[in-house]
Design a binder for this molecule. Structure first.
Ligand SMILES: Cc1ncc(COP(=O)(O)O)c(C=O)c1O
Length: 409
């Protein structure tokens, strides 16, 4: 009989745009004993997690809870629940994940309108506002931080325009939550989804969402209690949500004091989320954003001192993802392989039109630390020299050290 060895995954330095290294406190929380899903001790944990999520999303919304599944499950839950078949949906696209929103909106049976801007940049908010006036959408869906291109789209003006046009604004803040400011209420975002495996330093597997009363009003028009639980038939103004698992109307009943049974909550993942949120709140949102910005500055200083070129418009650079053009004549995948095999460091490749052209380096959550940034810069220089790249010896790490020394921490 084949004998399977004990699992012993390598300890990596993960400098990708997710998943990133998990904070040891989160790993510890995941090993705690399982509680029953209706045990008052567990429902208290559910309530505390909701309260902490409201702080993370900077919102007074009643509804802030995780959808079980990777971030995509949270995106689909918001879209399938808030987009009724036949709705007019506007999707501004500036990278791969905008295309994902387009794809999901189509699958929801919407009439989808897209506007696109070249990868590497973002929209002037006025372009999106003009499209909103032109299309008159029921829903606008947009990415905040595009990990495929390392750009961040300002949302405040778009939020205001959606409110004026009475359109619901759904935002993918998967990459930005916990690393970059996301101001749900101040920017008038109606529904937001965050990711766990990026700036929150929790494993992949849950998708925190929040939505306001405007969004809830639409859900309630589609709401149905599940067969086997309902005692009477309900009439609905809009078609019932086509997914059972991702129906926010049902999920919110489960997360409400009513605790109307839906799925079996992911106990260990909820412990992980709660601990990850506790870490964020202990650090403080502003301090956390400042930490991410500091390590980005050191990384960028080091990369540019090495003579490497960054990809994309600097004005819209996303703090937590740095895209680097692969130098002429260098095999990007060979560099990534050497980094992993010899130094235990992972950086990311890229998608679609950028495949083979850029590397993407994440500075997110627990991975976003001085020793990781310095280790990556030193290793990258060594690997590039080994691969025959002509670059000066030494200035990368020195430039990053200068940033750290100048910064009073
Ligand atoms: C901006 C953005 N949106 C959505 C996703 C999808 O997340 P997941 O792979 O957790 O489903 C990702 C993942 O990398 C992302 O970067």
């Amino acid at each position: 009989m084949k004998r399977y060895e004990d699992l012993s995954p390598s300890l990596r330095c993960i400098m990708t745009p997710g998943p990133v290294e998990v904070d040891p406190r989160v790993l510890r929380a995941m090993s705690f004993p399982v509680l029953g899903q209706f045990d008052p001790e567990f429902t208290d944990i559910m309530n505390e997690t909701m309260a902490m999520l409201r702080k993370l999303f900077v919102t007074e919304n009643q509804w802030a809870y995780p959808v079980d599944g990777t971030s995509r499950s949270g995106i689909e839950a918001l879209m399938v629940s808030l987009i009724a078949p036949g709705d007019r949906v506007l999707v501004p696209i500036f990278g791969r994940f905008g295309h994902l929103l387009h794809e999901i909106a189509e699958r929801c049976g919407a009439e989808v309108f897209t506007i696109e801007t070249a990868w590497g940049g973002i929209f002037d908010p006025e372009e999106v506002i003009a499209a909103i006036r032109n299309v008159q959408p029921d829903v606008v869906a947009i990415v905040h931080g595009e990990t495929s291109t390392g750009r961040v789209q300002p949302l405040a003006e778009i939020g205001r325009a959606c409110r004026e046009a009475d359109a619901l604004l759904i935002v993918d803040a998967v990459a930005t939550i916990g690393g970059v400011p996301v101001k749900t209420d101040a920017w008038m975002l109606d529904a937001v989804v965050g990711g766990t495996q990026k700036c929150l330093s929790i494993p992949s597997g849950m998708a925190p969402v929040t939505y306001n009363a405007r969004a809830e009003a639409k859900l309630l028009k589609r709401k149905q209690v599940e067969r086997g639980l309902r005692t009477e038939d309900t009439a609905h103004e809009l078609p019932v949500v086509r997914s059972n698992y991702l129906d926010l109307g049902m999920l919110q009943d489960y997360w409400s004091p009513q605790r109307l049974n839906h799925h079996t909550e992911m106990t260990s993942m909820l412990y992980a989320l709660r601990e990850g949120l506790r870490l964020v709140l202990e650090e403080g949102l502003e301090a956390r954003h400042a930490r991410h910005a500091l390590h980005e500055r050191a990384l960028v200083a080091g990369l540019t001192a090495m003579g490497l070129q960054l990809y994309g418009d600097p004005a819209s650079k996303l703090t937590v993802v740095t895209c680097v053009l692969i130098p002429e004549g260098i095999d990007g995948e060979a560099v990534r392989t050497m980094l992993l095999q010899h130094f235990g460091i992972e950086i990311a490749s890229s998608f679609g039109p950028l495949k083979g052209k850029i590397w993407r380096i994440g500075t997110m959550g627990y991975s976003c630390r001085e020793n990781n940034v310095l280790r990556l810069l030193g290793a990258l220089e060594a690997v590039l020299l080994r691969q025959g790249c002509k670059l000066p010896c030494g200035p990368g790490v020195q430039a990053a050290l200068d940033v750290y020394e100048q910064n009073v921490r």
